[in-house]
Unconditional design. Structure first.
Length: 127
């Protein structure tokens, strides 16, 4: 069945909803195999508790870095920890907050591609 939307045969509309087409339709298979964030046009982040959510529901809180012992480190080492950041690209472990639920978690993110590799609750380890 042809659709008023170019390139679609009724398998979906501009909002990503499937209709007027059975699951065996080739257009539906193409639609279903595309990345969800590409279909909805919103960047998504997986909360370990609440699943995929729009990134607007989250707050980035910085890279996880080992803290020196404040009782034994020098003032220079402490100042370096507090004020300096490593801006090198690559895979970073970061603190994120899901604002809607108040869940703090760790995201491993490739800062070169901005791809989230995995998320997990701190202390529970990667899933």
């Amino acid at each position: 069945m042809d659709s008023a939307y170019p390139g679609m045969c009724g398998a979906g509309n501009k909002y990503g909803f499937a209709f007027l087409c059975d699951l065996s339709c080739p257009s539906f298979a193409t639609f279903a195999s595309t990345n969800l964030s590409e279909r909805v046009g919103v960047k998504l982040l997986r909360c370990p508790i609440n699943g995929l959510r729009p990134v607007s529901e989250f707050q980035y809180a910085g890279e996880i870095r080992p803290m020196p012992d404040p009782d034994t480190c020098s003032d220079a080492e402490w100042a370096d920890y507090v004020f300096n950041r490593n801006g090198a690209t690559g895979i970073k472990k970061e603190w994120w907050l899901h604002i809607a639920s108040g869940i703090w978690f760790v995201a491993e993110r490739n800062t070169t591609t901005d791809e989230i590799l995995r998320t997990y609750i701190h202390g529970e380890g990667p899933a």
